[in-house]
Design a protein around this ligand. Structure first.
Ligand code: ZN
Length: 214
């Protein structure tokens, strides 16, 4: 079986949006506006587009970015270095998905990441949750599922910033991480997708990023 931990450095396999679909076009649109450098503009819903679809495409994109970012530091994130899944001294996460794991499990960060990224991948691969085909409607609870996914993906950024920033700098990935998180942060703020209290572990950084223009 394909294990994400190979030379491509993604933690889990990349999620592809099939070519020829409307979502593929939206993804290309997002990439093009991002290229303009103005992240605040780039996160806005394009004229005439469906919000669910826009959130879906961007969620897949963030999953892929985070997958790569965590993949690049994952060899430094071990049960020894990170015996608990934390984001600084004040925040600790226990894994539960509300379905197969109802009672929160206290585990190491790499184990938590494995649970988290596998869970997200399952959601993204489920056509009844994330329909990719034209004409297949999004489920009524789509936005609430997307919110849960984004809330959990935020924790990967939080852990990487708090526990692995030195490795990120060492790898020369600092600008990449900052741009990715800034994009993520503007996106969730634009559509109010993650509650403020969930963002506390990176509150200072968020304030700093928000004060610059693009
Ligand atoms: Zn770690």
């Amino acid at each position: 079986m394909f294990s994400g931990k190979d030379s491509s450095k993604t933690f889990r396999p990349k999620k592809n949006i099939p070519e020829g679909t409307h979502q593929y076009e939206l993804m290309k649109h997002a990439a093009a506006t991002l290229g303009s450098g103005n992240l605040r503009e780039a996160v806005k819903l394009p004229d005439g587009e469906d919000m669910n679809e826009w959130v879906a495409v961007n969620t897949v994109d963030f999953f892929n970015q985070i997958n790569m970012l965590y993949g690049s530091v994952s060899e430094h994130c071990t049960a020894e270095s990170c015996p608990i899944m934390s984001a600084g001294p004040r925040f600790e996460y226990h894994w539960a998905d509300g379905q197969s794991v109802k009672k929160p499990i206290k585990c190491s960060a790499p184990k938590y990441m494995d649970y988290l990224m596998s869970w997200v991948q399952e959601q993204l691969d489920d056509e009844s949750i994330f329909p990719s085909k034209v004409g297949v409607p999004f489920p009524k609870n789509f936005l609430s599922t997307a919110k849960t996914i984004l809330k959990r993906l935020f924790r990967v950024y939080a852990h990487v910033y708090h526990q692995h920033f030195q490795s990120v700098i060492h790898l020369g990935e600092e600008a990449h991480l900052n741009t990715s998180f800034k994009h993520f942060n503007f996106f969730i703020a634009e559509f109010n997708l993650v509650e403020k209290r969930e963002l506390q572990p990176l509150q200072e950084l968020i304030e700093k990023l928000g004060s610059s223009d693009s």
